[in-house]
Design a protein. Structure first.
Length: 135
């Protein structure tokens, strides 16, 4: 794993992602000694994976959804190309584009039945700025 390029990995279908980041909590995978926190504490690798599972959106390898009745419908990244910010579907982005991404936008679709009627589906998009990336 090499940062910043491997900080984000997106499933081929664009419906799941792994986010890798540093933490001071010992996860058992130490980052090189040159990577220390501001107070000279060692840093460790943390990986978090979100993906669509049978009944919602699941976290890591757990089949119990963290969001019931929801699916990840799209993941996009924002990167700069000299002419400004460019948004691109993450599953179609190159490793270089993923490595230089400035932001991540995740769209989820949530379905629910209201009073036994037809399911109502709503989409929500959250944009997350990727900061403190070593370039």
């Amino acid at each position: 794993i090499k940062f910043p390029n491997d900080a984000i990995a997106v499933d081929q279908d664009g419906k799941g992602m792994t986010i890798r980041y540093a933490t001071t909590v010992d996860t058992g995978t130490a980052l090189p000694a040159t990577h220390l926190s501001c107070t000279n504490q060692p840093l460790f690798l943390r990986e978090t994976r979100y993906f669509n599972c049978a009944s919602g959106i699941c976290l890591n390898n757990d089949a119990t959804p963290v969001i019931d009745g929801a699916t990840i419908s799209q993941i996009s990244i924002a990167s700069t190309d000299g002419a400004g910010i460019k948004w691109r579907e993450a599953s179609k982005a190159s490793l270089i584009e993923l490595g230089s991404a400035q932001a991540l936008a995740v769209t989820i679709s949530v379905s629910a039945k209201a009073n036994g009627n037809e399911a109502v589906t709503r989409e929500f998009t959250g944009t997350y700025q990727l900061r403190n990336r070593t370039q």
